[in-house]
Ligand binder design. Structure first.
Ligand SMILES: Nc1ncnc2c1ncn2[C@@H]1O[C@H](COP(=O)(O)OP(=O)(O)OP(=O)(O)O)[C@@H](O)[C@H]1O
Ligand SMILES: [Mg+2]
Length: 300
């Protein structure tokens, strides 16, 4: 099955005068149909930049990105706009509803942009608004709604064009805890109905609602719990090392380093770089102690 998102070695930089700021570094990511993925990272780590790239709102310089099999890097602006409209439903922290339009008209927007006749667009929008319990609010303007209701209207708008991907940026960021929980429950239900969701957040307790978490730190992606896999897969139990100054070889047991590969620590847990290549250290001549080459702390 073709992944919905397939990103390989993608990098993006911003240029300011002579200097270059590399914001996304060698990112690789696959999201399959039916996935519910959270991208978790602190402020300034590159979340919005990555969301803009995934959402075809911004370009990148290096690597490949295929959205439902379509190579995004090769499209012109008009083709990108169309792809975005057809394939992605966006949900933002601050809803991004058009204030002067009713809830119904806001929800119809992606369909009207697509050229769908008004009546049909209205029927499809009412269907989604009903599903989200917003049927008694369709004539309201956004500023006549609570935050939770505005987000539900925004979710109806995201769903109305039956996109292959729901892309949400801090969808609970502007809501109180209880309303945020309701929206997350709704995301869970939408995912069980078959919707593929990518949610961007800085909040671990929000990310934990997803089926899978990847971490973004300083522009690099890390998969949750990958360090165990790397250790089990690649580290041999024993290694031949040179004995002292002589030419003789000696077989020694290898200590499994607890953190092979590039790593960082967050939320009291350890993570290893997704693209980090793990190589088993075979013990130095001096100390006989094993070590993992390439081990590098990014954050503590
Ligand atoms: N247009 C731009 N030009 C130059 N640098 C930028 C631009 N946009 C973002 N950056 C830089 O890229 C880095 C990542 O920014 P980004 O907005 O993606 O972070 P974020 O993870 O979304 O942060 P937050 O959680 O605060 O929203 C930051 O260092 C930021 O200053
Ligand atoms: Mg951001």
């Amino acid at each position: 099955m073709e992944p919905i998102i397939k990103i390989e070695n993608l990098s993006k930089s911003y240029h300011q005068g002579e200097s270059e700021l590399r914001v996304l570094k060698n990112i690789s990511l696959e999201v399959m149909n039916g996935d519910y993925l959270a991208i978790l990272g602190p402020s300034g780590s590159g979340k919005s930049t990555l969301m803009n790239v995934i959402g075809c709102m911004d370009r990148f310089q290096e690597g490949e990105y295929c959205l439902t099999g379509c190579a995004v890097g090769q499209l012109n602006d008009a083709q990108l706009t169309r792809l975005r409209n057809e394939k992605i439903g966006f949900i933002f922290q601050k809803y991004h509803l058009i204030q002067k339009y009713s809830v119904l008209l806001n929800t119809m927007m992606p369909l009207l942009i697509r050229g769908i006749p008004r009546k049909h667009a209205e029927e499809l929008s009412m269907e989604k608004l009903n599903m989200l319990g917003m049927n008694d609010r369709v004539g309201h303007k956004p500023n006549e709604l609570s935050g939770g209701q505005q987000q539900r209207a925004a979710i109806a708008r995201a769903l109305v064009g039956t996109p292959e991907l729901l892309l949400a940026d801090e969808p609970t960021g502007a809501l109180d805890r209880a309303t945020g929980q309701e929206v997350l429950k709704l995301f869970g239900e939408l995912n069980s109905m078959g919707n593929t969701i990518v949610m961007i957040t800085h909040d671990l307790s929000v990310a934990q609602h997803a089926k899978r978490i990847v971490h973004i730190i300083d522009g690099e992606l890390y998969e949750d719990g990958q360090e165990e896999q790397a250790g089990e897969k690649e580290l041999p139990d024993k290694a031949l090392v040179q004995k002292g100054e002589s030419d003789e070889n000696q077989e020694i047991p290898l200590e499994k380093p607890s953190m092979p590969g590039r790593r960082y620590t967050a939320h009291g847990r350890h993570f290893v770089a997704r693209a980090g290549q793990f190589r088993a250290g075979v013990g130095s001549k001096d100390t006989g102690q094993s070590h993992a080459a390439g081990e590098h702390k990014l954050h503590q």
